[in-house]
Structures are given as C-alpha cells and as structure tokens.
Design a protein around this ligand. Sequence first.
Ligand SMILES: Cc1cc2nc3c(=O)[nH]c(=O)nc-3n(C[C@H](O)[C@H](O)[C@H](O)COP(=O)(O)OP(=O)(O)OC[C@H]3O[C@@H](n4cnc5c(N)ncnc54)[C@H](O)[C@@H]3O)c2cc1C
Length: 226
Amino acid sequence: LKVSLIKYTSEPEKLIAAAARLCYSPMGAEKILEDFKEGEAEDFLGKLVELGHLSPVEHVSFTFAIEGVSRVLSHQLVRHRIGVSYSQKSQRYVKESQFEYIIPPTIADNPKAKEVFEGKMAQIQEAYNELVKYVPAEDARYLLPNATETKLVVTYNARSLYHFFQLRCCRRAQWEIRRLADLMLEEVQKVAPNLFKKAGPTCVSQGICFEGKMSCGRAAQIKSRS
Ligand SMILES: Cc1cc2nc3c(=O)[nH]c(=O)nc-3n(C[C@H](O)[C@H](O)[C@H](O)COP(=O)(O)OP(=O)(O)OC[C@H]3O[C@@H](n4cnc5c(N)ncnc54)[C@H](O)[C@@H]3O)c2cc1C
C-alpha cells in the first residue's frame, strides 16, 4: 500500500484561522491574512475543533495518490460521499493482462491458504486473458476478484478528512482501509500538525466510543489514564 500527499492548499492552517476569524471581525479576509502572526493558528485551530465550528475547515483540501490497494478497499472508500472527489483506474480502458492482487495478511501468513489463493488468482488471470480475445475488457473484467489491485487519486476537504479518520482509523474498521487511513493521517499531520492534532478515532479525538458492545476497550483505557 502506497499513499502520497501530492497536493494541498498552501498554508492550510493560516487560511482556516483567517476564515474563522472573519466571522468575528469587522476586517476583511485579506487584511486578516496580512496581519496574521506566526504561531497564532495553533490555539485558534484547537478552539475551533473543540467548539465544532467546522465550516472554516472546509476551505482547505488535500489530494492523495493511492496505489497498491484492493478493490475491496476502494469500494469502502467511495462510500464517503461528502466533500470528496475520486478518480480510479478504469478496468474498461486498462486491460488487466497481468493483474496485481492484494493478499490479506491472514492468507499471506498461512502457507495452505496462500497456496489456494494464489492458485485461484493464476486461474482467473488465465481465464481473463482468454476471455479478452472474444469480448471487450469492460465485460471480461466481470471475472476479476475483489483482491485486484487498483490506483486512485482522492481529494478530501479537511472536514471530511476528519470524519473519515474518525470512522476508518477506528480499530473496528476493516484492516486495509484502516491501514490507509492511518497513513493518510500521518501525511496530513506533517503539513498541518495543529489542524490534525486531535484527528483520529473518536476515542482519541473526543474520548467517546460509539461502538457499544463491539467497542475494543480503548476509550475506557484512555479514560482510566486521564
Ligand atoms: C466499521 C464500519 C462498518 C461498516 N459496515 C458497513 C456495512 O456492513 N454495510 C454498508 O453498507 N456500509 C457499511 N459501512 C459504511 C458506512 O455505512 C458509511 O457508508 C461509510 O462509513 C461512509 O460514512 P458517511 O456516510 O458518514 O460518510 P459521508 O458519505 O462522507 O457522509 C458524511 C456525513 O454527511 C451526512 N450525510 C451524507 N449523506 C447523507 C444523506 N443522504 N442523508 C443525510 N445525511 C447524509 C451524514 O451525517 C454523514 O455522516 C461501514 C463503515 C464502517 C466504518
């Protein structure tokens, strides 16, 4: 799994702080940005997130290149609809003449399971290559498995990223999308540390778990430590 932050709004924290400050100031945004002092964003962003005053956070966006993930993952990813844009490698236009696939760790670590899995993948590849001789790739792809590797470019605004991290950095999320979410969080924390300081599952960001009986127990652990 490979994820890179390929573009983001420049000076994201300053822009958010200026947009938020505009709500409470007689000054215009340009003047606020001009007067902005280094280090002012940190306190301000913390307060915004705490108060849930999140519309200013929507002004900045982050674009990621994602590779080496399965179509299992991409299917879950595109369920996130709000404040997000996706582009994904097409199986209509790009023939899967030698398709890569993702092997879940439980299968990779079990020699018997791995043998079954890899054997089936080889058979599917063979059948696909035969089928594309007779039908277009858009129909031959119906043979391809959920494990097929895919590539995407995704753009999230910071508010929708917060929501994504709440759901997908949680231990209850499926392992592959959780791994992706953790890596995405690491990437944005490098460029906007104050903005994403408290991002993550709700047990970390708010000290609350909504999983009820399914809770992993981390929220209780965090509570007992504080
Ligand atoms: C652990 C886990 C297990 C899951 N299991 C399943 C499963 O078994 N089956 C399944 O189908 N999905 C499952 N999902 C996917 C889940 O139901 C959501 O589709 C997905 O997490 C996207 O979340 P979202 O709708 O909050 O995000 P977004 O689509 O980005 O929406 C963000 C927020 O906007 C609001 N919103 C968006 N659209 C609407 C709307 N139409 N009406 C009103 N408000 C709206 C909501 O407040 C929503 O939280 C699972 C997700 C997780 C994290």
